[in-house]
Design a protein around this ligand. Sequence first.
Ligand code: DOR
Ligand code: ZN
Length: 346
Amino acid sequence: MTRLTIRKPDDWHVHFRDGDILKSVAPFTAAHFARAIVMPNLVPPVTTAKMAADYRARIMAAVKGHAFTPLMTCYLTDDTDRRDLIAGFSDGVFTAVKLYPAHATTNSAAGVKSIDKVMPVLEAMAEAGMRLCVHGEVPLPEIDVFDREKAFIDRVLLPLLARVPTLKIIMEHVTTKDGVAVVRAHKDRLGATLTPQHLLYNRNALFAGGLRPHMYCLPVLKREEHRLALRQAATSGEPGFFLGTDSAPHLRHLKEADCGCAGVFGAPAALAAYLKVFEEEKALDRFEAFASLNGPAFYGLPPNEERVTLEKRPSLVCDEVEVGKLGEIHPLFGGDQVDWSLAPAS
Ligand code: DOR
Ligand code: ZN
């Protein structure tokens, strides 16, 4: 198969940042996807409906000329105002809530410290039909960094599913066979997004010939057995698994540093990266389910009506994306040739 026509895909997990970085990176997502769930871990984080509406307006300005809809999320804290949250959801400002365990990742210091404290918010969300996106790691120093997703499943996710029986949860950027198994065991309640980097690489990629800061993201890349389980899940067509790039841009000098930032900037080559996986797994016929159908169905939203054609045509991924005077960002596959491209609109 060298051409594939499908409903236009959505990206169910992206970081756009703000200011000059937003202006430089958001058009890559808007060029390939109809909608995206936008992460709220700005500085300061997006914690109110007003902040989300203002941020959405800045995103719309950055993607002018593209038919693109940003779907906003609220950064959950121990002090989230549930009335503002539910009103923001009813008004169409918020689509979902993001739970970062405090200190789990980039700009998560204001994240959730006590699940007990946020329980009334989670119950209100369940009642309103609002989805919860989780960064599924327990960031305690005594837990090995490669075991933090499994610890989250056992200590946080399973108890949460029992405590709020009607809340629908998305395990963002699932990275382990344990994550795949728990999603399968809780059909309808749990969904999961999968990133291109976790489908393409195992943890060896972090150390290939030397330390590779551009391969570093959180949750960190895992062992090969996990990568294989993720590939099988993504290409299975099962409704619980869908596309979410976790495209997370950081300036080059902040990644190639003594204490480098976590995040892979996947947006420019995201579709090509996923299609490489689906082609290798002989599952191109299931790409539309993963990229365009399962995500909206889990969120209770209609799939996109517009169709796009993806074609096997080599193209070069830009080596860097310039961000004004701030520096540049190195994308996934930057400087490399990829096999799949979006066909020009006819
Ligand atoms: O690698 C990551 N980068 N993982 C996250 O959870 C956050 C993200 C970011 O914001 O840079
Ligand atoms: Zn993320």
